[in-house]
Write a protein that binds this ligand. Structure first.
Ligand SMILES: Cc1ncc(COP(=O)(O)O)c(C=O)c1O
Length: 372
C-alpha cells in the first residue's frame, strides 16, 4: 500500500499490508457479496491449503497444525492439556508477552503450581539466563518460552535450551509469534509439545487467524478448549447423535477453533504465507539481518553504541536511549515519519523488506541529531 515518505519499522506490531494480501482480501470480500454463487474456492479447501503452507514453515506435517484465532487461544490449549500438579513449577521469562503468561498463571492457580520468571541475564543474554535457571532453580514441569523477545528482539538459542528442557523431562511450549516467517523454526530439533504463532506479524496475514502446532501425542489424546462441530468427523451429517459425539477429525484438527471459515481472512492469510514461501524464510532472515546490522553500524558511527540491543534477532532490535533523551528521540522520529514502537524505555525497530539498508543510517542520524 502507498506509504508516502513513512519509514515503517513497526512490523513486530503488525505486518505491512502487502498488495497481494490486500487484493486477495478484497476479491474474497467481493465474492462474498453474492453468497448465492459458489465461492471460487470453498473455505474448507482454503484452510487445508493454508495449513499445508504453515506446515511447510515448521516440520512439513499439515496434520500437526490447528487453526486458532489467537496465540493466546493456542497457549490456553497447551495449558489445558499439559499435566501440572500441586507444587510443580512453570518456567517463563520475566516480562514475556501476556498471551504466553496468563494461561500459565491461571493453570498454576487452578493446580496449586508455581510460576517462576527468569530475569534478564548479564548483558541481555536470555539463553544463558534460562540455562542457569534450568541448572540451579527448582526443576520445572513446563517451560514456556518465545524464540524472540517481543519487546527488544532479544534472541533465545532454542538449539541449546530445548535439549536441556528435554534432559530434565519438562514439557516445552513455544510462542513463535515474533519469529515464524522471519526465522527458520527447527521443530524436529526442538521437539516442543506445542508451538503457536499469530498470523498478522511475520506471516504477513490478517488479525484473527493464528496457528497451533502439536506434538503427535496431543494429536490423539488432546482435549480442545471448545467443542466446535467442524473439529468432528461426521461426514456429511449435521444431526449429531445424542449419546456419542462423532470422533474428532484426525491429527491436530481436533483443536481447530470455530468461526475461522471466513474466506476474507483465509484468502489474506494464504497470500501472506505464499509470499513468505516465495521469498524463503532463510533469505528473509538474511535480508532483515543486513538491515538491523546496518542500524547497529550506524549507531556505532554516531557514537551511540550503548543504545544497541545485544544479541538481538535479525529482524527485531530496540534502541535504548538514556531515559532523559527518550522523549526527544521519539518526537524526532515522529517528525521524520519514522514509525517504530515505544515501550518500557525502548524504541523497537522491526523492518521488513520494504525498508532499504540505507534507511538505517537515517534512523541513526535522526536519533543522534535529537540528542544534540
Ligand atoms: C510474542 C507475542 N505473542 C503473542 C502476541 C499476540 O498474541 P494474541 O494472538 O494472543 O493476541 C504478540 C503480540 O504482540 C506477541 O508479541
Amino acid at each position: 500500500m502507498p506509504s508516502g515518505d513513512v519509514l515503517y519499522l513497526a512490523c513486530a506490531a503488525m505486518a505491512p499490508r502487502l498488495r497481494a494480501v490486500q487484493a486477495a482480501g478484497l476479491a474474497a470480500l467481493d465474492a462474498g457479496a453474492a453468497p448465492w454463487q459458489a465461492p471460487p474456492e470453498p473455505p474448507e479447501a482454503m484452510l487445508e491449503r493454508l495449513r499445508g503452507g504453515i506446515a511447510a514453515l515448521l516440520d512439513g506435517d499439515s496434520g500437526a497444525i490447528a487453526a486458532v484465532p489467537s496465540a493466546s487461544y493456542g497457549l490456553a490449549t497447551a495449558a489445558r492439556n499439559l499435566p501440572l500438579d500441586a507444587g510443580d513449577v512453570v518456567l517463563v521469562l520475566e516480562g514475556q508477552f501476556p498471551s504466553n503468561l496468563l494461561p500459565w498463571q491461571q493453570r498454576c492457580a487452578e493446580r496449586g503450581a508455581r510460576l517462576v520468571g527468569v530475569q534478564r541475564g548479564e548483558g541481555g543474554d536470555w539463553t544463558a539466563a534460562v540455562l542457569a535457571a534450568l541448572e540451579s532453580g527448582p526443576l520445572p514441569r513446563i517451560v514456556a518460552l518465545p524464540q524472540v523477545r517481543w519487546d527488544d528482539g532479544a534472541l533465545l538459542d532454542l538449539d541449546r535450551i530445548a535439549p536441556r528442557v528435554h534432559d530434565i523431562g519438562a514439557a516445552l511450549v513455544l510462542d513463535l509469534s515474533q519469529s515464524l516467517g522471519a526465522l527458520p523454526a527447527d521443530l524436529a530439533r526442538w521437539r516442543p509439545d506445542f508451538a503457536v504463532s499469530v498470523g498478522y506479524k511475520w506471516l504477513l496475514g490478517p488479525v484473527g487467524l493464528a496457528w497451533l502446532w502439536c506434538a503427535p501425542h496431543w494429536r490423539t489424546l488432546g482435549l480442545a478448549i471448545e467443542q466446535h462441530w467442524s473439529a468432528r468427523d461426521a461426514g456429511d451429517g449435521w444431526r449429531f447423535p445424542l449419546d456419542d459425539a462423532p470422533l474428532y477429525r484426525a491429527g491436530a484438527l481436533r483443536f481447530d477453533a470455530g468461526g475461522l471459515d471466513d474466506p476474507v481472512r483465509l484468502a489474506m492469510a494464504a497470500a501472506g504465507v505464499a509470499q513468505v514461501a516465495a521469498w524463503g524464510v532463510a533469505a528473509i532472515a538474511d535480508a532483515l539481518g543486513e538491515r538491523t546490522r546496518a542500524l547497529d553500524a550506524a549507531l556505532d558511527a554516531q557514537g551511540l553504541s550503548r543504545w544497541k540491543t545485544p544479541g538481538h534477532a535479525p529482524h527485531i532490535t530496540a534502541l535504548r536511549p538514556p531515559a532523559d533523551q527518550l522523549d526527544a528521540v521519539f518526537a524526532a522520529f515522529q517528525r521524520e515519519r519514522i514509525v517504530c514502537t515505544r515501550r518500557y524505555g525502548l524504541l523497537r525497530i522491526a523492518p521488513h523488506l520494504h525498508v532499504e539498508v540505507e534507511d538505517m543510517a537515517r534512523v541513526a542520524a535522526v536519533a543522534a541529531a535529537a540528542t544534540c
